[in-house]
Design a protein around this ligand. Structure first.
Ligand SMILES: [Fe+2]
Length: 243
């Protein structure tokens, strides 16, 4: 019997790691439900070795119509609570995860967008329908002066049988952020396979936890294929760009 060597995912969280994808602000998306939960999630992630976050609430049509003002207000609430509780070794900042929908277009025209840092913009597509003119949207984003980072490219099932699309998106100037959870098989076998493919092809630029709740953090404490984790280590180090 052959056993693959395994390593904990938490080895990816070395000094300087910044989690650039999570849903830690209370009550504004499908992540943390309230302030207590926000603090708990941050403490649980800190126990995994992460103490720097640029958390990214969804901005999604009428479902999560979060504005920079709403996000900043919630951010301040959590930061104040961290101080109240004497937690002072956490760096918490906020940006957003923008759904590439019609509403996004108007936000882009107004340039009313929160970036991870400088011009880096985290975007996502619908999981149900492949975007019709993604290349044009990516072009528009760059024309407006932003650098798009596509969240969890491995999770879009409509590309699982069409890996060439990833090459197309990369040559259209898009960067890729992989969810570490995709390697826990949390999202299924195809997502796992696609993650492996993208990592081995050197197509992943950054990683993120995409933490929504405590169960996600339990999964991050598991072990994964050591070879894949070794390949991911230098990629996780690139996250310190967002320090
Ligand atoms: Fe997310």
């Amino acid at each position: 019997m052959f056993f693959k060597k395994r390593l904990p995912f938490t080895e990816l969280f070395s000094e300087g790691f910044v989690d650039i994808h999570s849903h830690l602000l209370p009550g504004i998306d499908d992540g943390s439900k309230n302030l207590d939960q926000s603090i708990l999630l941050i403490e649980q992630l800190r126990a995994c070795g992460i103490n720097q976050f640029i958390t990214t609430p969804h901005v999604l049509g009428e479902v999560y119509p979060n504005t920079p003002e709403i996000i900043k207000e919630k951010l301040q609430l959590v930061k104040d609570e961290l101080i109240n509780r004497g937690i002072n070794d956490i760096r918490l900042d906020a940006a957003a995860e923008y759904m590439l929908d019609d509403r996004f277009y108007s936000l882009l025209q107004e340039k009313n967008l929160l970036t991870l840092k400088d011009n880096y913009l985290l975007v996502e597509c619908s999981f149900f329908n492949p975007p019709i003119n993604l290349r044009e949207i990516l072009f528009e984003i760059q024309l407006a002066g932003y650098q798009p980072i596509l969240a969890h490219p491995e999770r879009y099932m409509f590309w699982h049988k069409n890996y060439e699309m990833f090459e197309t998106l990369k040559s259209a100037g898009c960067l890729f952020q992989l969810n570490i959870l995709s390697l826990t098989r949390h999202y299924g076998k195809e997502v796992y396979k696609t993650s492996e493919h993208l990592i081995k092809k050197g197509m992943i630029d950054f990683v993120g936890t995409d933490t929504h709740h405590s169960h996600h953090i339990e999964l991050l404490q598991q072990e994964g294929d050591a070879k894949i984790i070794e390949l991911l280590k230098p990629i996780a180090k690139r996250n310190s760009l967002f320090l």
